[in-house]
Design a binder for this molecule. Structure first.
Ligand code: GCW
Length: 695
């Protein structure tokens, strides 16, 4: 009897608990009966006139979705006739209309039309998303992706660890490939296809040459073969020193004939494994990685050598611009711009230069990178970081879409008003043939792929924005909530607000008013504004916040650094004066006295402290709000998020106390009235971070 009861308990837990592994592709029964029965009555079959592997995948996906959403088994009919389409969803990949590109689709009521089976797959997912999130069955829509390559960059190592990954180990399971393909990759591939991601680089940009050995190429081939039907091309991050480490050459000089030949042969070899190889992603002469400068050559020399090796093939070379040197008198903000600017126009047409969204390094808020808009002769790709290296890892809830949008919508003014970063990225501003948006992946071996259940929303949002950067953050959040968490209309609206408030909240308790780079050394978690010694000056915190008796902030308007001059005059005008500079960017560009009066009417010190304290209060409110969703959220997800919110609350307080106690020694000003004094000393707070370095 006891065993029976136990079994029953296990079964019921199984039925109700959701470990998040189905991501946003859960296809739960549509709860609104009227809507469900209307949909159901109008759909009796799926008719498809094409039978490629990919289009069959699309039809099956639709069938699975309908089964879940409508509770109805809908048969698939393969037919070239297309005659009696009554109550049928019709799928074709031979639509001829000129409004569609090769990945585009058109939905006309129950018809999903595309020119290719990939367009059809995307159209099918869009159709499914529509019936998951709308009460109307009939609708029309034409879509073409705005950016050509929509890519995840995995920072996965050969030993299975993931650099800056907070959701377990590598999803690739290198040791088992190619003989065993983890079945979870199906979920990963479907999820990517559902949001239009069409490329992945499989390994860390701090690349091991091992990925170019035949042993690893066989494994990568396994991944590529598996992902191909989902329209996902595979790229490899390469180590610039590979001709030496693997080829036994004496040099990796990009102008050396032997080296060039080695890359050519290696590229040919890769294509034997992966005929549709996407190309190379390269981090060179950055943070100790090898590169062309080791031989007195330029980034263009290095990139062009790889482009030459790729000649006659479809693949491309993605060359990262994340470079900076250890110069105590320099400003890291300017270094990528300065190193690359003279090379504008020198890159082969197969090369695209990948630039991080901001000039430093994925800070919770950065002004857009000054390279955007300033390289008319070079296609520039966007690199966002989905994984939350500086956003509280997998413990803090931060919905990133508003942060991504802030960058994409920024106006570079390089060709007059409206020269937004998104227009640089999609290639339209300077008429570039290549366009690419990359996101450093937050996926790992955790059951729900992203650790924090809301991390899934960031993966989802990245894909949606890479497809169409004009979508609003609210809309993306709403879709994701409806597909993942609940169909309850009121809860959807409240959860949307809840997510929308999360990034501003995080910024308030960590980096208000444009402060940046004050996180714990190495692990990049928690506050360490007192960090003044590190491997290099620009890895410290004091380099960035410049707290002193006379004030706070990094003056980039000319006195300390003239970095602001890298932007168009209109941008300089916007950010150049402390009276008018957006408060969110204030400390990025200005060093101001503690008692400087801000547009809010408060002094800098009081505003700073108010924001830290408000941030903590906001997390408490978030926590309280989350508790109200208990009745409608799956218990496992509810408990998972609740636990993480408790950590977030504790750590928001850690940031607040650390920053107040540290900065007050410089400001010598009291806490504004009504704010409660921390109940610990600076020394005590410092100890929290020290634990991270214990061995
Ligand atoms: O932000 C830094 C990270 C490194 C990363 C580097 C980069 C892959 O701390 O872990 O290395 O950026 O983007 O190359």
């Amino acid at each position: 009897m006891k065993t029976l009861a136990c079994l029953f308990f296990l079964i019921s837990v199984q039925v109700f608990a959701n470990d998040g592994s189905e991501l946003w592709l859960k296809y739960d029964l549509i709860e609104n009966e009227t809507v469900r029965s209307n949909f159901s009555k109008s759909i009796n079959q799926i008719v498809i006139d094409t039978q490629t592997e990919r289009s069959t995948l699309a039809a099956r996906e639709l069938q699975t979705a309908l089964k879940g959403l409508l509770g109805k088994e809908v048969p698939i009919l393969f037919s070239k006739e297309n005659k009696n389409l009554k109550k049928s969803i019709f799928l074709t990949d031979s639509y001829a209309g000129s409004e569609l590109g090769s990945e585009g689709f058109k939905i006309e009521n129950l018809k999903i039309l595309a020119k290719t089976d990939l367009g059809l797959l995307y159209g099918t997912f869009a159709f499914i998303r529509h019936i998951q999130t709308s009460e109307k069955l009939y609708f029309s829509q034409i879509e073409n992706p705005k950016v050509k390559i929509r890519m995840l960059n995995h920072w996965d190592n050969a030993n299975g660890t993931v650099e800056r990954g907070y959701a377990g180990s590598s999803i690739w399971k290198w040791f088992e490939l190619p003989n065993q393909i983890d079945p979870r990759l199906i979920q990963y591939a479907r999820a990517n296809a559902s949001i239009g991601i069409n490329a992945v680089s499989v390994n860390n940009v701090n690349a091991s040459s091992r990925f170019l050995t035949s042993e690893y190429l066989t494994k990568i081939k396994g991944v590529a073969d598996f992902l191909r039907p989902y329209g996902i091309k595979v790229f490899i991050s390469v180590n610039f020193r590979s001709p030496r480490t693997l080829g036994g050459l004496e040099t990796s000089d990009p102008l050396d004939a032997g080296v060039r030949n080695w890359w050519k042969e290696k590229t040919d070899e890769i294509h034997k494994y992966i005929p549709d190889f996407g190309g190379f992603l390269v981090k060179a002469n950055s943070e100790g990685e090898p590169g062309p400068q080791d031989y007195g050559r330029t980034h263009a020399d290095g990139a062009n050598m790889l482009a030459e090796a790729m000649k006659g093939r479809d693949g491309i070379v993605i060359w990262r611009a994340f470079v900076y040197k250890a110069d105590p008198d320099g400003d890291r903000f300017k270094e990528a711009y300065e190193q690359f600017k003279p090379l504008d126009g020198q890159f082969d047409k197969k090369v695209i230069v990948q630039v991080k969204n901001g000039p430093i390094d994925f800070m919770p808020r950065e002004p857009f990178h000054p390279m955007f808009g300033a390289f008319p002769k070079t296609p520039l790709a966007m690199e966002f970081q989905i994984t939350q290296e500086y956003l509280g890892h997998a413990s803090h809830l931060v919905y990133e879409a508003p942060m991504l949008k802030e960058c994409l919508d920024s106006d570079t003014f390089s060709k007059g008003k409206g020269s937004t970063v998104s227009k640089v990225i999609d290639g339209s501003l300077d008429n570039q043939a290549l366009s690419l948006m990359a996101g450093v992946a937050n996926t790992g071996s955790d059951a729900n792929f992203t650790g924090h259940p809301f991390g899934q929303a960031n993966w989802y949002a990245f894909g949606r924005l890479a497809w169409d950067y004009d979508l609003s953050s609210e809309q993306i959040a709403k879709e994701w909530i409806q597909m993942t968490l609940t169909q309850n209309t009121q809860a959807v609206a409240q959860l949307t607000d809840f997510m929308m408030a999360s990034h501003p909240t995080y910024v308030k308790y960590t980096y208000p008013l444009g402060l940046h780079h004050m996180m714990g050394e190495g692990h990049h978690y928690g506050p360490q504004p007192w960090l003044e010694k590190s491997g290099r000056p620009d890895w410290t915190s004091v380099y960035y916040h410049r707290a002193a008796a006379d004030g706070l902030g990094f003056d980039r308007t000319g006195k300390l650094s003239n970095a602001l001059k890298l932007y168009a005059p209109e941008v300089q005008e916007n950010w150049g004066k402390p009276e008018t500079c957006d408060l969110n960017y204030l400390m990025w560009f200005h060093h101001l006295p503690w008692d400087y009066k801000l547009s809010t009417g408060k002094t800098l010190w009081n505003e700073l402290m108010s924001r830290y304290y408000e941030g903590v209060e906001d997390v408490k409110k978030m926590n309280d709000k989350w508790q109200t969703f208990k009745p409608i959220i799956d218990p496992e997800i509810f408990a998972n998020v609740s636990g993480r919110l408790q950590i977030q609350e504790k750590e928001a307080l850690w940031w607040r106390d650390a920053c107040y106690l540290y900065f007050r020694d410089f400001s010598k000003m009291p806490l504004p009235a009504g704010l409660e004094m921390p109940n610990r000393t600076l020394e005590e707070v410092k100890k929290i971070e020290e634990i991270y370095h214990l061995r």
